[in-house]
Write a protein that binds this ligand. Structure first.
Ligand code: WTA
Length: 676
C-alpha cells in the first residue's frame, strides 16, 4: 500500500511538473579522442545479440581459460556469466600492464594535509606491494580462496592494495565504509563470517587525525558477542613505524601490517586462477528491513562489466588521470576507482580527506597538480561547492574532458552549473544511474554518441534494457508523462549474484515482483526490480525520481529508514520511532526522526541528543538525524500503522492532505506545533 501511494501520488506529481530540458552536445575535440564513437554499438548490444554481445567486454580481459557458456540461466534468477572461464582480478589490474607500463602511475595517493606530498605508486610498485601483502594474508593470516575477510579502511592507498591482495588469492573482501561505526563493522563481520579484520590506526579527516583503531576494538568485541570470533586484526599504520593514535594494540590479537611485511619482502604470489563466477567481494547495502544485505559480486562478469563501462562510458584511456571522489567503501569506489580504471591501466586518484578541506579550492588544486582530466563526483558535493562560492572553480586552471555525476538525481540548474563552471563548458557530462547491486552503470549516455540532457540519466547503456511498470504490472511507455517502477528486462554481467547466504531474500526483494513464471529458466520472465521510481521521456531518456522503498538517499549514501529506527529503539525511553526524508539544499535528502516516549518519560533536549548520539554510534555520522522530534503520539492508521507520509509532509512543510481517516487525526496539529 505504502509503495503504491509513493508512486501514484508524489512521484507522478513531480513528474507532471517536470519540464523537458534542452540537449547539450559533446565537443568535436572530445569526440575525436573518444573510445566509442560508433553508433552501431546499440545494434551490437541489441537484444537479438544478447547475451553474446557481452563477450566484447570479456575480451578486454586476460583469461587463463576462456568460458564455455556466456550466460547460464539454469539457476534463475541467479545468473552465471562466462561459466567455465578462469580469471584473476589482481592479474588483470596489475600484472598484465607491467610489460608496457610498469613505470606508469597506477595510484596517486593524495593525503589530506596539504603539506604532505602526493604519493605516486607505479604499476611496478603496486605489483610489489600487492604481492607482499598477499603473501602475508596467505602465510600469516592463513587466508585462502573462498574465505571472507572484513576490511574497515579509509581512503588511503592501503585500501586498494589490500583489496587487490585478496583478489590475488581469491579471498572475498568485504570492505566496510571507513566512516561507519564499530557496531556497523561488527554486524558485517558477523554476517560475512570473517575471522580476520584489516584496519588502520588512524587517518586524516577535516584536519584531524582520527583514531580509527578504537572502532576495531569495538567491532571485534561486539562481533564476538554475536557469535563471530575474530582471530587476527591486521592494523596498517598511517605513518609506518610510528604510533599515531592513543588506542593500544591488543597482545595476541592485533598485528601491525608494517612490522609483519618485513618478513615478506620481495615475496611473489602467483595469482590464483578463479572460476569466473567465484565471488570477488561483498558490498553491504541498506534494504527495506533493518539488516544490511551483503551483495555478492562475481569475478569474471563483474570485472568484464566495470572494465567495459569504464572504457566506453567513462572514456578512460591508459594515458588519462582519472579522479573519482567517491569513497572506496561504496560500490562506486570499488567499480570506478579501483577495478575499472586499474583494469584499463589508467592512473587513479585516491584522496584521503574532505573535498572542501581546508577550503573549497582544494579539489581544483589537486586537479591542477595531477593534471586530472576525468572527474567523477556526486550531486551533494556539486551543490555544496556551488553554494560556498559559485565562481571559485573559474580561478583555477584545471581542465576536464569528461565528468560524471552519480548517486542521486541532480537538479537541472545544478547540472548546468557543473557543466559551465566546473567543466568550463569543455567537459562532457555523464549522469550515471546504477546501484550497489548492479555492479556498474545501468543508464547513462554514451558520451560521444548521445547528447546530454540535464536531470536525465539517459537511455540504458549498451546491453541494458530498462522497462517501467505500474503497480499492476502494465508497461508505462516512453512519453506518457507517468512515473512507475523502473526494472531491467535482461541480466547483465555486472549484476550481483545473490545476497550473501540469503538467496530467498535476493529473489523476493529483486525478482519476485514482476516475475512472469517462478519456475522459468528463461531470463525474459525475470525483470530485475531496482526499487527506484522513474519516467521515460519520448526520446528514451530516463529521469530517476528516487527510491520507492524504505530507503533514503543522504548525500548519495543509501540508508535504511528501518536501520535508523531500530537504532533509536535501543534507547530505553523510546517507544516508537519513525524516520522520514526531508529535502535539503546540499545533501538532497536528510533524515528527520520522530520519537514517541514510553509512559513516565519527559521529552527533554538531553534525551533527543542521547537518541541522536546512539544513531551515530550504531551506524555512523552520516545517519545523524537533522532533528529528533519528541512527540506524544504518532499519526496512525486504524490498523495501527504509523503514517510516515503525514510526518514527511510536516517535516517538509507540505500539505498533509486528508487525515480524517487516521485513528488519531488530532495528533497532526499537535505535531505541527512541535515542528514549526
Ligand atoms: C540512486 C550508487 C538518480 C538511486 C551507485 C539508486 C541515482 C541508489 C543515480 C543506489 C543517478 C544512483 N540519478 N539517482 N545518477 N545514481 N542513484 O546502491 O536511487 O549507493 O537506487 O549505488 O542511488 O545507491 P547505491
Amino acid at each position: 500500500m505504502a509503495k503504491k501511494e509513493a508512486v501514484e501520488t508524489s512521484e507522478a506529481q513531480i513528474a507532471v511538473h517536470w519540464q523537458e530540458e534542452d540537449y547539450f552536445y559533446p565537443s568535436k575535440r572530445f569526440i575525436a579522442q573518444a573510445n566509442l564513437t560508433d553508433e552501431s554499438v546499440y545494434e551490437r548490444f541489441g537484444l537479438d545479440n544478447f547475451p553474446e554481445c557481452y563477450t566484447e567486454y570479456a575480451d578486454l580481459l586476460h583469461w587463463y581459460k576462456k568460458w564455455d557458456t556466456v550466460l547460464d540461466t539454469s539457476d534463475a534468477p541467479c545468473w552465471k556469466w562466462f561459466v567455465g572461464g578462469k580469471i584473476n582480478a589482481s592479474y588483470n589490474c596489475i600484472d598484465r600492464h607491467l610489460e608496457k607500463n610498469k613505470n606508469k602511475t597506477a595510484i596517486h595517493f593524495v593525503p589530506e594535509p596539504e603539506n604532505e606530498r602526493v604519493q605516486h605508486i607505479t604499476y611496478q610498485e603496486l605489483y610489489v606491494r600487492v604481492n607482499e601483502v598477499a603473501a602475508l594474508l596467505r602465510d600469516f593470516a592463513g587466508l585462502k580462496a573462498g574465505d571472507t575477510v572484513t576490511l574497515h579502511l579509509p581512503m588511503t592507498a592501503e585500501l586498494p592494495i589490500t583489496m587487490l591482495a585478496c583478489a590475488r588469492l581469491g579471498v572475498i573482501h568485504s570492505q566496510v565504509f571507513g566512516g561507519f561505526s564499530g557496531r556497523a563493522c561488527a554486524d558485517r563481520i558477523v554476517d560475512s563470517k570473517s575471522k580476520v579484520l584489516i584496519t588502520i590506526d588512524g587517518y586524516y579527516r577535516g584536519g584531524k587525525l582520527i583514531d580509527h583503531k578504537q572502532n576495531a576494538d569495538i567491532a571485534v568485541d561486539l562481533a564476538k558477542k554475536d557469535g563471530q570470533k575474530v582471530d587476527k586484526v591486521l592494523v596498517w599504520q598511517r605513518y609506518p613505524g610510528k604510533n599515531s593514535v592513543p588506542t593500544p594494540m591488543i597482545e595476541g590479537l592485533d598485528y601491525f601490517v608494517n612490522d609483519l611485511l618485513k618478513n615478506y619482502r620481495g615475496k611473489k604470489v602467483d595469482p590464483v586462477p578463479m572460476p569466473a563466477e567465484a565471488p570477488l567481494f561483498l558490498m553491504y547495502t541498506s534494504g527495506t528491513t533493518g539488516k544490511p544485505k551483503g551483495c555478492q559480486h562475481s569475478t569474471g562478469g563483474y570485472l568484464a562489466y566495470v572494465t567495459g563501462t569504464s572504457k566506453y562510458i567513462q572514456d578512460i584511456h591508459p594515458e588519462d588521470v582519472y579522479w573519482c571522489m567517491a569513497d572506496i567503501g561504496w560500490i562506486t569506489g570499488h567499480s570506478y576507482i579501483v577495478y575499472g580504471p586499474l583494469s584499463l591501466c589508467a592512473s587513479t586518484v585516491i584522496y584521503e580527506g574532505i573535498p572542501t578541506y581546508p577550503d573549497a579550492g582544494r579539489a581544483w588544486r589537486i586537479a591542477e597538480e595531477l593534471n586530472v582530466n576525468i572527474f567523477h563526483t556526486a550531486p551533494t558535493l556539486i551543490r555544496a561547492l556551488r553554494k560556498i562560492d559559485p565562481d571559485l572553480p573559474k580561478k583555477y586552471n584545471h581542465h576536464f574532458k569528461h565528468m560524471t555525476t552519480v548517486g542521486e538525481p541532480i537538479e537541472p540548474a545544478v547540472w548546468r552549473w557543473y557543466h559551465e563552471v566546473i567543466g568550463k563548458n569543455e567537459a562532457v557530462i555523464v549522469d550515471t544511474w546504477w546501484q550497489t547491486e548492479t555492479g556498474g552503470f545501468l543508464c547513462s549516455t554514451v558520451p560521444a554518441i548521445k547528447p546530454m540532457k540535464p536531470g536525465s540519466a539517459g537511455p540504458g547503456v549498451p546491453g541494458v534494457y530498462p522497462i517501467i511498470y505500474d503497480e499492476l504490472g502494465n508497461e508505462i511507455k516512453a512519453g506518457e508523462g507517468r512515473a512507475g517502477n523502473i526494472c531491467i528486462r535482461n541480466p547483465w554481467p555486472g549484476a550481483f549474484q545473490t545476497i550473501w547466504r540469503d538467496r530467498d531474500r535476493y529473489v523476493s526483494n529483486y525478482y519476485e515482483r514482476y516475475c512472469k513464471d517462478k519456475n522459468s529458466k528463461d531470463w525474459r520472465d525475470w525483470p530485475y526490480l531496482t526499487g527506484d521510481a522513474a519516467m521515460e521521456a519520448e526520446d528514451g531518456y530516463y529521469r530517476i525520481l528516487g527510491r520507492i522503498d524504505d530507503v533514503i538517499n543522504v548525500s548519495g549514501h543509501r540508508l535504511g529508514t528501518k536501520e535508523i529506527e531500530s537504532a533509536a529503539l535501543t534507547v530505553m525511553e523510546v517507544a516508537e520511532a519513525a524516520v522520514v526524508p526531508v529535502s535539503d539544499e546540499i545533501k538532497g535528502v536528510v533524515p528527520d526522526l520522530y520519537i514517541s516516549l514510553k509512559p513516565g518519560h519527559e521529552p527533554t533536549d538531553e534525551l533527543a541528543m542521547k537518541i541522536s548520539a546512539k544513531i551515530c554510534e550504531t551506524i555512523g555520522k552520516i545517519a545523524k538525524p537533522r532533528r529528533v522530534w519528541l512527540v506524544s503520539d504518532m499519526p496512525k492508521t486504524r490498523s495501527g500503522k504509523i503514517m510516515r507520509r503525514v510526518l514527511g509532509a510536516l517535516s517538509n512543510k507540505k500539505d498533509v492532505g486528508d487525515v480524517s481517516t487516521l485513528a488519531n487525526p488530532e495528533i497532526v496539529d499537535e505535531i505541527r506545533k512541535v515542528t514549526s
